[in-house]
Design a protein around this ligand. Structure first.
Ligand SMILES: N[C@H](CCC[C@H](N)C(=O)O)C(=O)O
Length: 269
């Protein structure tokens, strides 16, 4: 029912997850899969009819970089930058022998440097510099490659993240372009974060550009210069954000966390 009436093809894929944010990775260096339609990507990401994922990425050759990342949200549309997807595609590039322990690759928001552990399952990904952090009432709004809304709450375990996130994402200010909505609770020794993602239109287990946005917004709010955010816990695991902050601009921002192959296979579309 979700399938489109086009010539069938068998697509080899690799399923990765980074702190529970999960992705379908497709090696498109031969450009065989460039014509995937919105409906097909949505089908592949569907958890009941397809492989199941929060997003899908095509890895492609680039003349000036190790590779290029094309990211689609689960709804089938091209997304803005995906931090955990970026970390997973680096692990994938190492697994298929394109890179070794370091890389420079191109994504929708520009060039990214990343380093990867020897075992290939922990990636530190450099994110774009950030200066502009706005406020919307008590929330922070900033772009870390993707647009994010950051709201501090209490009793985050009990919050209906789907309902509240959906309401904010679709309010008059944000409904046209959408926004990713992060709820955060300061637990003393760590931040606990839950995110409603645009393009998935649901809560995900982690959002890399989202935890980056939280770390930067909280650093600005605390008016501290420095290098590390508090430890970060999300539904799918633990993450870390590092940065240089001079009181105005955040540079050398690194999003650090796990990136693991879950399984591989092929699927007919
Ligand atoms: N999960 C992603 C965010 C994807 C952004 C996407 N939801 C959009 O707004 O286009 C991350 O780890 O950063």
């Amino acid at each position: 029912m979700l399938k489109e009436n086009i010539p069938m093809s068998n697509i080899p894929f690799f399923k990765y997850q980074g702190a529970g944010n999960d992705f379908i990775l497709i090696d498109n260096r031969g450009l065989e899969y460039s014509n995937l339609t919105e409906k097909q990507v949505n089908f592949l990401c569907n958890r009941r009819f397809g492989v199941g994922a929060d997003g899908l990425m095509l890895l492609q050759n680039h003349t000036a970089y190790d590779f290029e990342m094309h990211y689609y949200n689960a709804d089938g549309r091209l997304g803005s930058m995906c931090g955990n997807g970026g970390r997973c595609i680096v692990a994938f590039a190492k697994a298929i022998g394109i890179i070794n322990r370091e890389t420079n690759f191109l994504a929708v928001d520009g060039a990214h440097y990343a380093k990867i552990s020897e075992a290939g399952n922990w990636v530190d990904l450099q994110m774009i510099d950030v200066q502009d952090i706005q406020q919307d009432e008590e929330a922070f709004v900033l772009n870390t490659g993707s647009p994010h809304y950051v709201l501090e709450v209490s009793n985050l375990e009990a919050l209906d993240v789907f309902a509240e996130g959906k309401r904010i994402r679709n309010n008059n200010t944000y409904k046209e372009k959408g926004i990713n909505v992060n709820f955060i609770e300061d637990k003393g020794d760590h931040f606990f974060i839950r995110t409603f993602e645009r393009g998935v239109e649901d809560e995900t287990y982690a959002c890399g550009t989202g935890v980056t946005a939280v770390a930067l917004a909280k650093a600005k709010q605390a008016k501290t210069t420095g290098h590390f955010s508090k430890a970060i816990k999300v539904l799918g695991g633990d993450m870390r954000v590092e940065y240089n902050y001079d009181g105005q601009t955040f540079t050398e921002i690194f999003l650090c966390g796990p990136a693991e192959l879950v399984f591989s296979g092929s699927i007919e579309i």
